[in-house]
Design a protein around this ligand. Structure first.
Ligand code: SF4
Length: 337
C-alpha cells in the first residue's frame, strides 16, 4: 500500500472536480422509438482528484465506474452535473475545444492489444500524439527511444509491431503513448486487469514511478480492490451508479465500514486489512447487481445487504462523514458534513 503524504491534503485546489454527475442512457421503445426510461449508469457522483494523487474507483462489473471514466474523457455525454479539469468546465465544452485538452488528459485501457494498431510500428504508435500536436522537436526515433526508456523497453522495440510483444510489454507501450504528450491526468480503466499477477505488480510499479517523476494524477478504475489498494491514495467504492463509501486507502482497506465494502474485501485477500474480513467468516454477496434501469428503492444495496432493515428498503441513505471517510448507509446516522 502506498504510504506518502499527498497534495490532497487540501493545500491545492483539485485538478479534477466532479459534482453530482449523471450519465444516463435512454431506453427507446415502441413504433416511434420514444425514450421510455433511462439506464442510470452514473447517477449522482461527486468526486475530487488532487494533483499527483491516485483515486481508486472500485466496484463490481456494471456499477458504472467505466462509464464515469468515459464521461470524464468526453467519450460519453453527461445527462447532468458538472466536471471541471484545472478549472475548465468539461461539461460545457464543445468537441473542438476539447482537442487541446487531449494533450493534458489521457487514458490507458484494459486490453493492451486491441488498443494498439497492429499495422503500425511501435515508434509510430508512441509518437502518434506528438506528430498530431506538432510536438516533434528532434526526430521521431529520438522521441520513441526516450519514451520506451521511460517505460523500461529497449530502443530496438521501436521497429517492431504490437503482436511481437507480451501482454505486459504491450501495456508498457500503451503507457509510453499515454505519457508522450506530458499529460497531467490519466484515466486508467482496468489497466492491469488483463495481466498475470506478477506482471500486474510490475506495471503498477511503473505507473507509480511515472507518477512521481511527472506529478501525474490518476483515476484508477478496477473491479479488484486488492489491485487498487496497491496504488491508490484514496478509494471510492461504487455501487449501481453511486459512491457508497470513500476515504483514504488505509481507512477503507484497514477498517471498511459500509457492508458493500466489507463484502468486497471479504471476497478477495487485500493486504493491509486487519479486520478479519479476509481471514475469518466470508461475507458472500447474494445475487447479481440489479439493473441500472430499475434500481431498487431506498438503499440500492438493500436486496443484497446482510444488515438491511426496514428503513433501508424505503429511504435512500444520506451522506455521513464518520471515522475519516464519507459513507452512505443508514447504519451510520444522519449527515453531519
Ligand atoms: Fe445495508 Fe441499509 Fe446500509 Fe444499505 S443502508 S448498506 S441496506 S445497512
Amino acid at each position: 500500500m502506498k504510504n506518502r503524504m499527498k497534495t490532497s491534503e487540501k493545500e491545492t485546489p483539485p485538478l479534477v472536480r466532479i459534482r453530482d454527475l449523471k450519465t444516463w442512457f435512454p431506453v427507446k421503445r415502441g413504433l416511434f422509438s420514444r425514450t421510455k426510461d433511462y439506464v442510470r449508469a452514473v447517477d449522482g457522483i461527486t468526486l475530487a482528484i488532487y494533483p499527483g494523487e491516485t483515486v481508486g474507483l472500485v466496484g463490481e462489473s456494471g456499477c458504472g465506474k467505466t462509464t464515469l471514466g468515459r464521461t470524464l474523457l468526453g467519450l460519453e455525454s453527461a445527462h447532468s452535473g458538472e466536471m471541471f479539469f484545472d478549472g475548465i468546465a468539461l461539461h460545457a465544452i464543445r468537441a473542438k475545444a476539447m482537442t487541446p485538452l487531449r494533450q493534458r488528459i489521457q487514458v490507458i485501457f484494459q486490453d493492451p492489444l486491441s488498443s494498439l494498431n497492429s499495422r503500425m510500428t511501435i515508434m509510430d504508435i508512441v509518437t502518434e500524439g506528438l506528430v498530431r500536436f506538432k510536438k516533434i522537436s528532434t526526430s521521431k526515433a529520438d522521441h520513441a527511444r526516450r519514451l520506451l526508456d521511460e517505460v523500461g523497453l529497449p530502443p530496438d522495440a521501436m521497429h517492431r509491431f504490437p503482436h511481437e510483444f507480451s501482454g505486459g510489454q504491450r501495456q508498457r507501450i500503451n503507457i509510453a503513448r499515454a505519457i508522450s504528450l506530458r499529460p497531467e491526468f490519466i484515466v486508467c480503466d482496468e489497466a492491469v486487469s488483463a495481466l498475470d499477477v506478477s506482471v500486474q505488480a510490475q506495471v503498477l510499479n511503473l505507473l507509480m514511478t511515472l507518477q512521481e517523476r511527472h506529478q501525474l494524477s490518476y483515476l484508477f478504475i478496477s473491479h479488484d480492490l486488492s489491485v487498487v489498494s496497491n496504488i491508490a491514495d484514496r478509494i471510492a467504492v461504487m455501487y449501481l451508479g453511486r459512491i457508497v463509501e470513500s476515504g483514504t486507502t488505509a481507512d477503507i482497506i484497514g477498517n471498511p465500514l459500509h457492508p458493500y465494502t466489507k463484502a468486497l474485501i471479504s471476497a478477495v485477500p487485500v493486504p493491509g486489512n486487519n479486520t478479519g474480513n479476509n481471514t475469518g467468516r466470508r461475507m458472500r454477496l447474494q445475487g447479481e447487481i440489479p439493473s441500472a434501469s430499475a434500481p431498487p428503492a431506498g438503499c440500492r444495496f438493500h436486496p443484497r445487504c446482510p444488515e438491511a432493515t426496514a428503513v433501508c428498503r424505503e429511504k435512500p441513505p444520506e451522506r455521513t462523514v464518520t471515522e475519516g471517510r464519507e459513507i452512505w448507509c443508514h447504519l451510520y446516522g444522519a449527515s453531519d458534513g
